[in-house]
Design a protein around this ligand. Sequence first.
Ligand code: PAF
Length: 311
Amino acid sequence: MNPKPQLTHTREELAAALSALEGSVALVMTMGALHRGHLELVRQAHELADHVVVTIFVNPTQFAPGEDYDAYPRTLDADMEALSTVGADVVWAPSNDDAYPVPATTRIDAGPVAHILEGATRPTHFAGVALVVTKALNLIRPEVALFGQKDAQQLAVIRTFVRDLDIPVRIQGVEIVRDSDGVALSSRNQYLSDAEREHARALSRAIDEARAAAALGVPVSEVLRAAQQVLDAEEGVEPDYVAIVDDDDFTLLAGSGSAADQVNPELRGASFERWAAQGTMRARILLAARVGATRLIDNADVMVSVSGDAR
Ligand code: PAF
Protein backbone atom coordinates (compact mmCIF):
# COMPACT_ATOMS: atom_id res chain seq x y z
CA MET A 1 0.00 0.00 0.00
CA ASN A 2 1.42 3.37 -1.04
CA PRO A 3 0.32 6.27 1.14
CA LYS A 4 0.82 8.71 -1.75
CA PRO A 5 -1.23 7.57 -4.71
CA GLN A 6 0.14 7.74 -8.23
CA LEU A 7 -1.98 10.19 -10.20
CA THR A 8 -2.84 9.18 -13.76
CA HIS A 9 -4.98 10.94 -16.36
CA THR A 10 -4.68 9.20 -19.73
CA ARG A 11 -5.57 5.57 -20.44
CA GLU A 12 -1.91 4.87 -21.21
CA GLU A 13 -0.79 6.25 -17.83
CA LEU A 14 -3.48 4.20 -16.11
CA ALA A 15 -2.49 0.99 -17.93
CA ALA A 16 1.20 1.52 -17.07
CA ALA A 17 0.41 2.13 -13.38
CA LEU A 18 -1.85 -0.94 -13.22
CA SER A 19 0.72 -3.19 -14.83
CA ALA A 20 3.15 -2.35 -12.00
CA LEU A 21 0.68 -3.70 -9.37
CA GLU A 22 1.07 -7.32 -8.34
CA GLY A 23 -1.89 -9.02 -6.66
CA SER A 24 -5.57 -8.18 -6.37
CA VAL A 25 -7.14 -4.77 -6.93
CA ALA A 26 -10.12 -3.10 -5.24
CA LEU A 27 -11.77 -0.21 -7.06
CA VAL A 28 -13.41 2.84 -5.48
CA MET A 29 -15.17 5.11 -8.00
CA THR A 30 -15.86 8.72 -7.06
CA MET A 31 -16.69 12.06 -8.59
CA GLY A 32 -14.19 13.75 -6.26
CA ALA A 33 -14.95 16.35 -3.58
CA LEU A 34 -13.96 13.54 -1.25
CA HIS A 35 -15.39 13.39 2.26
CA ARG A 36 -15.18 10.90 5.12
CA GLY A 37 -17.71 8.65 3.40
CA HIS A 38 -15.40 8.19 0.41
CA LEU A 39 -12.40 7.66 2.68
CA GLU A 40 -14.32 4.91 4.48
CA LEU A 41 -14.79 3.19 1.09
CA VAL A 42 -11.04 3.37 0.53
CA ARG A 43 -10.32 2.12 4.04
CA GLN A 44 -12.57 -0.89 3.54
CA ALA A 45 -11.10 -1.47 0.07
CA HIS A 46 -7.68 -2.04 1.66
CA GLU A 47 -9.18 -4.90 3.66
CA LEU A 48 -10.46 -6.63 0.52
CA ALA A 49 -7.51 -6.52 -1.88
CA ASP A 50 -3.75 -5.99 -2.14
CA HIS A 51 -4.09 -2.68 -3.99
CA VAL A 52 -6.62 0.13 -4.16
CA VAL A 53 -7.40 2.13 -7.28
CA VAL A 54 -9.57 5.25 -7.00
CA THR A 55 -11.23 7.04 -9.88
CA ILE A 56 -12.05 10.75 -9.69
CA PHE A 57 -14.25 11.86 -12.55
CA VAL A 58 -17.34 14.04 -12.76
CA ASN A 59 -19.07 11.90 -15.34
CA PRO A 60 -21.01 14.08 -17.79
CA THR A 61 -23.24 11.29 -19.11
CA GLN A 62 -25.03 10.86 -15.77
CA PHE A 63 -26.12 14.51 -15.62
CA ALA A 64 -29.10 15.83 -17.57
CA PRO A 65 -29.14 19.34 -19.00
CA GLY A 66 -29.99 21.78 -16.21
CA GLU A 67 -28.52 19.57 -13.45
CA ASP A 68 -25.43 20.57 -11.45
CA TYR A 69 -22.72 19.21 -13.79
CA ASP A 70 -20.98 22.61 -14.17
CA ALA A 71 -21.39 23.54 -10.49
CA TYR A 72 -20.25 20.14 -9.18
CA PRO A 73 -17.18 20.73 -6.98
CA ARG A 74 -13.84 19.82 -8.59
CA THR A 75 -11.10 19.67 -5.95
CA LEU A 76 -8.40 17.32 -7.28
CA ASP A 77 -5.51 18.70 -5.16
CA ALA A 78 -7.50 18.44 -1.93
CA ASP A 79 -8.74 14.98 -2.99
CA MET A 80 -5.17 13.75 -3.49
CA GLU A 81 -4.24 15.10 -0.04
CA ALA A 82 -7.26 13.40 1.52
CA LEU A 83 -6.39 10.10 -0.18
CA SER A 84 -2.85 10.19 1.15
CA THR A 85 -4.32 10.05 4.70
CA VAL A 86 -5.82 6.60 4.00
CA GLY A 87 -3.45 5.45 1.25
CA ALA A 88 -4.23 4.35 -2.29
CA ASP A 89 -2.03 2.97 -5.03
CA VAL A 90 -3.35 4.61 -8.16
CA VAL A 91 -5.80 7.42 -8.89
CA TRP A 92 -7.32 7.72 -12.34
CA ALA A 93 -8.61 11.24 -12.96
CA PRO A 94 -9.41 11.25 -16.67
CA SER A 95 -10.47 14.22 -18.75
CA ASN A 96 -13.76 13.82 -20.63
CA ASP A 97 -11.77 12.84 -23.74
CA ASP A 98 -9.75 10.23 -21.80
CA ALA A 99 -12.95 8.66 -20.49
CA TYR A 100 -14.94 9.06 -23.72
CA PRO A 101 -12.45 9.10 -26.65
CA VAL A 102 -15.53 8.89 -28.88
CA PRO A 103 -19.05 9.82 -27.76
CA ALA A 104 -20.62 6.58 -26.49
CA THR A 105 -23.74 5.49 -28.32
CA THR A 106 -24.30 2.34 -26.23
CA ARG A 107 -26.99 2.49 -23.52
CA ILE A 108 -27.10 0.04 -20.61
CA ASP A 109 -30.62 -0.35 -19.23
CA ALA A 110 -30.73 -2.38 -16.01
CA GLY A 111 -34.53 -2.71 -16.26
CA PRO A 112 -37.23 -1.83 -13.67
CA VAL A 113 -34.75 -1.07 -10.88
CA ALA A 114 -33.37 1.79 -13.00
CA HIS A 115 -36.74 3.29 -13.92
CA ILE A 116 -38.37 4.01 -10.56
CA LEU A 117 -37.53 6.71 -7.96
CA GLU A 118 -34.25 8.41 -8.99
CA GLY A 119 -34.61 6.80 -12.42
CA ALA A 120 -38.05 8.37 -12.87
CA THR A 121 -36.97 11.81 -11.64
CA ARG A 122 -33.63 11.62 -13.55
CA PRO A 123 -34.48 9.42 -16.58
CA THR A 124 -30.99 9.38 -18.17
CA HIS A 125 -29.01 9.17 -14.92
CA PHE A 126 -28.55 5.44 -14.39
CA ALA A 127 -27.65 4.76 -18.02
CA GLY A 128 -24.81 7.27 -17.59
CA VAL A 129 -23.71 5.66 -14.33
CA ALA A 130 -23.85 2.17 -15.89
CA LEU A 131 -21.75 3.35 -18.82
CA VAL A 132 -18.95 4.90 -16.78
CA VAL A 133 -18.90 2.08 -14.22
CA THR A 134 -18.67 -0.53 -16.99
CA LYS A 135 -15.85 1.40 -18.66
CA ALA A 136 -13.88 1.60 -15.40
CA LEU A 137 -14.48 -2.08 -14.60
CA ASN A 138 -13.23 -3.05 -18.07
CA LEU A 139 -10.21 -0.76 -18.00
CA ILE A 140 -9.14 -1.54 -14.42
CA ARG A 141 -10.38 -5.16 -14.01
CA PRO A 142 -10.63 -5.11 -10.21
CA GLU A 143 -11.54 -8.19 -8.15
CA VAL A 144 -13.91 -6.08 -6.07
CA ALA A 145 -15.53 -2.66 -6.45
CA LEU A 146 -16.99 -0.77 -3.49
CA PHE A 147 -19.95 1.62 -3.65
CA GLY A 148 -21.65 3.57 -0.87
CA GLN A 149 -25.07 2.55 0.41
CA LYS A 150 -25.91 6.28 0.42
CA ASP A 151 -26.81 5.85 -3.27
CA ALA A 152 -28.76 2.68 -2.55
CA GLN A 153 -30.56 2.61 -5.89
CA GLN A 154 -27.31 3.15 -7.77
CA LEU A 155 -25.86 0.17 -5.89
CA ALA A 156 -28.91 -1.94 -6.83
CA VAL A 157 -28.60 -0.88 -10.49
CA ILE A 158 -24.88 -1.73 -10.55
CA ARG A 159 -25.49 -5.12 -8.92
CA THR A 160 -28.18 -5.83 -11.55
CA PHE A 161 -26.17 -5.07 -14.70
CA VAL A 162 -22.98 -6.65 -13.32
CA ARG A 163 -24.99 -9.84 -12.69
CA ASP A 164 -26.87 -9.75 -16.00
CA LEU A 165 -23.76 -9.00 -18.09
CA ASP A 166 -21.57 -11.48 -16.17
CA ILE A 167 -18.98 -8.81 -15.44
CA PRO A 168 -16.33 -10.63 -13.39
CA VAL A 169 -16.22 -8.42 -10.30
CA ARG A 170 -17.61 -8.58 -6.76
CA ILE A 171 -19.72 -5.55 -5.82
CA GLN A 172 -19.45 -4.55 -2.17
CA GLY A 173 -21.83 -2.06 -0.53
CA VAL A 174 -20.53 0.15 2.29
CA GLU A 175 -22.68 1.67 5.05
CA ILE A 176 -23.62 5.37 5.03
CA VAL A 177 -21.37 7.67 7.05
CA ARG A 178 -23.32 10.41 8.89
CA ASP A 179 -22.29 13.66 10.52
CA SER A 180 -23.00 14.06 14.24
CA ASP A 181 -26.27 15.87 13.37
CA GLY A 182 -27.49 12.78 11.48
CA VAL A 183 -27.07 14.24 7.97
CA ALA A 184 -25.64 11.65 5.56
CA LEU A 185 -22.29 12.79 4.14
CA SER A 186 -22.58 13.94 0.53
CA SER A 187 -20.47 16.11 -1.75
CA ARG A 188 -23.65 18.12 -2.40
CA ASN A 189 -23.96 19.09 1.31
CA GLN A 190 -21.47 21.87 0.65
CA TYR A 191 -24.15 23.65 -1.42
CA LEU A 192 -26.26 24.07 1.77
CA SER A 193 -26.40 27.35 3.74
CA ASP A 194 -26.36 27.10 7.56
CA ALA A 195 -30.16 27.44 7.69
CA GLU A 196 -30.60 24.82 4.96
CA ARG A 197 -28.29 22.48 6.80
CA GLU A 198 -30.68 22.66 9.78
CA HIS A 199 -33.61 21.75 7.50
CA ALA A 200 -31.60 18.89 5.97
CA ARG A 201 -31.60 17.15 9.34
CA ALA A 202 -35.29 16.36 8.76
CA LEU A 203 -34.31 13.57 6.34
CA SER A 204 -32.55 11.43 8.94
CA ARG A 205 -35.24 12.31 11.52
CA ALA A 206 -37.86 11.07 9.06
CA ILE A 207 -35.98 7.79 8.74
CA ASP A 208 -35.83 7.42 12.54
CA GLU A 209 -39.61 7.98 12.80
CA ALA A 210 -40.27 5.41 10.09
CA ARG A 211 -38.09 2.84 11.82
CA ALA A 212 -39.86 3.49 15.12
CA ALA A 213 -43.23 2.96 13.40
CA ALA A 214 -41.99 -0.22 11.72
CA ALA A 215 -40.90 -1.59 15.10
CA LEU A 216 -44.59 -1.43 16.16
CA GLY A 217 -45.52 -3.77 13.29
CA VAL A 218 -47.80 -1.29 11.50
CA PRO A 219 -48.54 -1.66 7.74
CA VAL A 220 -45.91 -0.51 5.28
CA SER A 221 -48.12 2.44 4.24
CA GLU A 222 -48.02 3.73 7.84
CA VAL A 223 -44.26 3.31 8.06
CA LEU A 224 -44.04 5.47 4.96
CA ARG A 225 -46.52 8.02 6.38
CA ALA A 226 -44.43 8.41 9.55
CA ALA A 227 -41.47 9.60 7.45
CA GLN A 228 -43.62 11.73 5.16
CA GLN A 229 -45.11 13.63 8.13
CA VAL A 230 -41.66 14.67 9.35
CA LEU A 231 -40.68 15.99 5.91
CA ASP A 232 -44.04 17.77 5.43
CA ALA A 233 -43.71 19.48 8.81
CA GLU A 234 -40.23 20.84 8.08
CA GLU A 235 -40.29 24.29 6.54
CA GLY A 236 -37.65 24.61 3.82
CA VAL A 237 -37.87 20.95 2.80
CA GLU A 238 -39.70 20.10 -0.41
CA PRO A 239 -40.12 16.30 -0.56
CA ASP A 240 -39.80 14.59 -3.96
CA TYR A 241 -40.67 11.10 -2.72
CA VAL A 242 -40.64 8.71 0.18
CA ALA A 243 -40.46 5.05 -0.81
CA ILE A 244 -40.12 1.63 0.76
CA VAL A 245 -38.53 -1.15 -1.29
CA ASP A 246 -37.73 -4.82 -0.78
CA ASP A 247 -34.04 -4.63 0.10
CA ASP A 248 -33.29 -7.85 -1.80
CA ASP A 249 -34.40 -6.81 -5.28
CA PHE A 250 -35.55 -3.18 -4.95
CA THR A 251 -39.23 -3.97 -5.68
CA LEU A 252 -41.25 -0.88 -4.75
CA LEU A 253 -43.68 -1.71 -1.90
CA ALA A 254 -45.02 1.79 -1.18
CA GLY A 255 -44.36 5.27 -2.47
CA SER A 256 -45.53 8.85 -1.99
CA GLY A 257 -44.99 12.05 -3.96
CA SER A 258 -43.45 11.33 -7.34
CA ALA A 259 -43.23 7.61 -6.40
CA ALA A 260 -46.96 7.32 -5.61
CA ASP A 261 -47.89 5.85 -8.99
CA GLN A 262 -44.73 3.77 -9.51
CA VAL A 263 -45.77 0.70 -7.50
CA ASN A 264 -46.27 -2.39 -9.69
CA PRO A 265 -48.95 -4.35 -7.75
CA GLU A 266 -47.88 -7.68 -9.24
CA LEU A 267 -44.20 -7.30 -8.27
CA ARG A 268 -45.24 -5.92 -4.87
CA GLY A 269 -47.50 -8.93 -4.24
CA ALA A 270 -44.76 -11.36 -5.26
CA SER A 271 -42.34 -9.65 -2.88
CA PHE A 272 -44.72 -9.98 0.07
CA GLU A 273 -45.34 -13.64 -0.84
CA ARG A 274 -41.62 -14.36 -0.82
CA TRP A 275 -41.28 -13.02 2.73
CA ALA A 276 -44.66 -14.20 4.10
CA ALA A 277 -43.26 -17.25 5.88
CA GLN A 278 -40.85 -15.08 7.91
CA GLY A 279 -43.53 -12.55 8.94
CA THR A 280 -41.08 -9.66 8.41
CA MET A 281 -39.22 -8.35 5.39
CA ARG A 282 -35.80 -6.71 5.16
CA ALA A 283 -36.80 -3.51 3.42
CA ARG A 284 -35.28 -0.10 2.76
CA ILE A 285 -36.82 3.34 3.17
CA LEU A 286 -35.60 5.97 0.70
CA LEU A 287 -36.22 9.71 0.66
CA ALA A 288 -35.49 12.47 -1.81
CA ALA A 289 -36.14 16.13 -1.09
CA ARG A 290 -35.11 19.56 -2.18
CA VAL A 291 -33.61 21.79 0.49
CA GLY A 292 -33.31 25.20 -1.13
CA ALA A 293 -31.80 24.52 -4.55
CA THR A 294 -30.08 21.29 -3.42
CA ARG A 295 -31.58 17.87 -4.01
CA LEU A 296 -30.70 15.45 -1.20
CA ILE A 297 -31.31 11.71 -0.86
CA ASP A 298 -31.06 9.44 2.14
CA ASN A 299 -32.03 5.87 3.05
CA ALA A 300 -31.79 3.17 5.69
CA ASP A 301 -32.71 -0.45 6.12
CA VAL A 302 -35.88 -1.21 8.03
CA MET A 303 -37.59 -4.47 9.04
CA VAL A 304 -41.25 -4.25 8.02
CA SER A 305 -44.10 -6.52 8.96
CA VAL A 306 -45.57 -8.51 6.04
CA SER A 307 -48.23 -10.64 7.64
CA GLY A 308 -51.97 -10.09 7.06
CA ASP A 309 -53.09 -6.47 7.54
CA ALA A 310 -49.52 -5.23 7.78
CA ARG A 311 -49.19 -5.29 3.97
O1 PAF B 1 -21.60 7.65 -6.89
C1 PAF B 1 -20.91 8.38 -7.63
O2 PAF B 1 -20.18 9.27 -7.18
C2 PAF B 1 -21.00 8.21 -9.15
O3 PAF B 1 -22.29 7.94 -9.56
C3 PAF B 1 -20.02 7.15 -9.68
C4 PAF B 1 -20.34 5.75 -9.15
C5 PAF B 1 -18.60 7.53 -9.29
C6 PAF B 1 -20.10 7.09 -11.20
O4 PAF B 1 -19.78 8.31 -11.78
